[in-house]
Structures are given as C-alpha cells and as structure tokens.
Design a protein. Structure first.
Length: 177
C-alpha cells in the first residue's frame, strides 16, 4: 500500500465524521486519562446519537477525555484515536495509539510513532501533525472495525448501539446543565 495514500485514508476516517464545520487547530494537547479537568469540562456530557438523531447514550466526561478504539482491518490489531474536550465543547484529536507502529505510520499523518509510556493500553503512540477541532463526529459503527468508545473505565461497543439502524453514530458534547 502506498504510504501517503494510507496516511490520507486514516486522516480521512477522522475528517469524514466532521459535520458542522471542523477547523484545524493550532492548539495541542496530551492524552492523559487521569489528568484533572476544569470544572466546566467535568460537567460536560458526551452524547451518542443514532442515524435518526435519537439519543442512544449520554456519558459524563469527568476527565474531559475520550477515545475511539478500533481493530485495523489490514493489521488486525487495535488502534485508538484520542480526544480531549475543551471548555467550549469542541472535541480535539490530541493523540493516536496502536499495537503496531505501522498502523500509525501508514494510516495517519504524524511525526512518527514512538514507544508508548509504561502503563499505556497500546504499545505505540504518535501526535497528529494537524490536530482537528470538531463540533460533531460521525463514526462508522460496524462490526467489521468494532469501534468502541472509551470514556473513563467504560468501554461502549458502538457497533452494538447502532445495530438497529444505519451503521453510524454521531458524537457531540453537551454543555453543563
């Protein structure tokens, strides 16, 4: 597979979910599931909607972070796209991680994969060259990739949530009530 085509495809997977106008941000972030969040981010909720706009799930974001994990179809190994949520409710892609360095090298535009820190759930990590800020993220939720939403200690299999309709879900952040 052409390496650049693969990187563009991987970035396109993230970009394809953008509705409502995404912007490439110059802001950076670091994935840290245990890092403290502002009180505003702690009160935010991640909302998962079905293809018909029905709310399928609403989850608190106590640490202001979440990830999407999937099984790479070529390598058969797990990869994660890691997001931080700002006080403005925008979701930012702040990190990528995978069991195989090649997944990060071939499917995403990064500065190159590095060995993950001790205790990370994946063996390799990388920072995206261009971070994305999203209002809404449409995610393919098929059994093939088995996309799973990771929020805190919870693992939600999105392909099972979307089983009754179109194989997509939409993620949005709801402001504090």
């Amino acid at each position: 597979m052409n390496r650049w085509r693969g990187r563009l495809i991987g970035l396109a997977i993230v970009i394809i979910g953008v509705t409502g106008g995404a912007a490439i941000a110059a802001l950076g972030g670091v994935w840290s599931p245990s890092s403290p969040a502002s009180s505003t981010a702690a009160a935010q909720q991640l909302v998962v909607r079905g293809w018909d706009d029905e709310i399928l799930l609403r989850l608190p974001l106590p640490a202001g972070h979440f990830a999407l994990r999937y099984r790479n179809s070529l390598y058969g190994s797990l990869a994660e796209e890691r997001f931080a949520v700002g006080a403005d409710g925008m979701m930012e892609l702040v990190g990528l991680a995978a069991d195989e360095a090649a997944v990060l090298d071939e499917y995403y535009a990064t500065a190159g994969p590095q060995p993950a820190a001790a205790g990370d759930s994946r063996r390799w990590h990388a920072q995206p060259i261009a971070r994305l800020r999203l209002e809404r993220l449409t995610v393919a939720a098929t059994e093939h990739g088995r996309r799973t939403l990771l929020v805190g200690d919870r693992q939600i299999p999105l392909w099972q949530l979307a089983a009754g309709g179109a194989p997509t879900v939409v993620l949005e952040v709801e402001p504090p009530r």
